[in-house]
Design a protein around this ligand. Structure first.
Ligand SMILES: [Zn+2]
Length: 117
């Protein structure tokens, strides 16, 4: 299945909730700025620009600097995606995972919910 750039970007957003949660206010502002532009600019709503915005914030994480941004982002998003898959099968209502996702969604003003399983 070929996903549109927007869907792929939404997937990335969806898999970054934990990373966003760990950000300090200033770093998360960077992501909010991305969201505020991307909402009105189809070309900017892309894996590339989102990834660059996330990379901008990773300088503050020793772990990410040591591992390399690309490897770090891949590893963390894969871990979260696996956790999310488990959650989606087992969640019975409003849990912490649901709540975290909703908070980020509200802060970014983007509905990135995945529709495919
Ligand atoms: Zn839940």
């Amino acid at each position: 299945m070929i996903l549109s750039e927007r869907k792929k970007t939404n997937q990335l957003l969806s898999n970054c909730i934990l990373i966003f949660n760990e950000m300090n206010v200033k770093d998360f502002e960077r992501i909010k700025r991305w969201a505020s532009y991307a909402k009105h600019d189809v070309g900017y709503y892309s894996i590339f620009s989102l990834t660059q915005s996330i990379y901008d914030t990773l300088w503050n994480r020793n772990e990410a600097v040591e591992e390399g941004f690309s490897k770090y982002l891949n590893r963390r998003t894969t871990e979260y995606r696996e956790m999310l898959n488990y959650h989606n099968k087992n969640c019975e209502g409003n849990c912490l995972v649901c709540k975290d996702r909703q908070v980020i969604k509200d802060l970014l003003g983007i509905d990135y919910e995945r529709t495919e399983s």
